[in-house]
Design a protein around this ligand. Structure first.
Ligand code: GLY
Length: 304
């Protein structure tokens, strides 16, 4: 059995050019998510439950590109991806391209605990949700006016220019260390604006969108999925920690690799079993919160 640890929780609410007028909502959203996760860690609960609770909170918050508030695909639909991973067992659950699901992170956890599989996509994942009593939400429960307008602008050719198309946005994630010394990670996203139906980014891919292993670290990533998956960014960060890097050194190194090898943009949060953490990004900002011993919350928009 592991020696008791001092719990730690880190959440992110996306890494991108967050407009200054949106900073207060991102800060409030990260704080609420951190508090939701911390409530579980503070009473001695498991890291897995804490990261799920933190991400569920952000899936409900229309500020972020996850659950309610997600970008629409070219067909005008919300399609969601999520992953959750338990560092004590390496068990994981993931879902991709699911519709009408309010909390894809919880569906991912159900895949982990209630199926013989690790990853379900599309209609199969939705059928699995129905079979396990997950209520189907109406499409407008996930749709917000901001995204409907963005979609109409994009269809009219008045939206972002091609160079903006793959800009990272508000994918959310959480990593935690619990009192028992266990690590967990979770990530959830609505993907990229005007993506093709069926497009899946890095977020639900194990080792890319998230990874957790008690022997190394727990990591959640955000950014341009097509780039992040090329460098398997979350597992790469875990491997660096296992070889002796601090979480901050590992976070810096994988973001440098992302930039050098792919030209892509993103951010990562990393927590290790010693209760150390790292945050790195090569975007203008990353929205984040850290809760450490005593429930002290540090929340903000970190500038590069
Ligand atoms: N990182 C989120 C995505 O590309 O879908």
């Amino acid at each position: 059995m592991n020696a008791p640890s001092s719990p730690l929780l880190v959440v992110h609410g996306g890494a991108w050019e967050i407009p200054p007028q949106d900073h207060p909502a991102h800060i409030a959203g990260c704080r609420q998510a951190a508090e939701a996760g911390w409530a579980i860690l503070a009473r001695g609960g498991p890291a897995l439950e804490a990261v799920e609770a933190a991400v569920r909170q952000m899936e409900d918050d229309p500020t972020f590109d996850a659950g309610r508030g997600s970008f629409l695909n070219t067909a005008g639909e919300v399609e969601l991806d999520a992953i959750i991973m338990d560092g004590s067992t390496l068990n994981l659950g993931a879902v991709a391209a699911v519709q009408h699901i309010q909390h894809p992170v919880s569906l991912a956890r159900l895949v982990m605990t209630e199926s013989a599989h690790a990853f379900l996509a599309g209609r199969g994942a939705e059928a699995f949700a129905r079979a396990h009593g997950v209520p189907e939400c109406p499409p407008d429960a996930l749709l917000v006016g901001r995204e409907l307008k963005r979609w109409h602008d994009l269809q009219a050719g008045a939206g972002p220019q091609p160079a903006d198309y793959f800009h990272p946005a508000d994918t959310v994630g959480a990593v935690a260390l619990d009192r028992a010394g266990n690590l967990a990670a979770a990530t959830s996203t609505g993907g990229t604006p005007n993506k093709l139906p069926g497009r899946v980014g890095d977020s639900p891919l194990v080792g890319s969108g998230a990874y957790a292993d008690n022997r190394s670290a727990a990591v959640s990533a955000t950014g341009v999925g097509e780039a992040l998956m090329k460098v398997v960014i979350s597992k790469t960060a875990c491997d660096l920690v296992e070889r002796g890097a601090t979480p901050q050194e590992a976070a810096d190194a994988v973001i440098a690799t992302l930039a050098e090898r792919t030209g892509g943009y993103g951010g990562v949060i990393v927590v290790d079993p010693l209760g150390r953490y790292g945050i790195a990004h090569n975007t203008s900002y990353i929205a984040h919160a850290v809760v450490s011993a005593g429930g002290h919350v540090e929340v903000g928009i970190r500038r590069r």
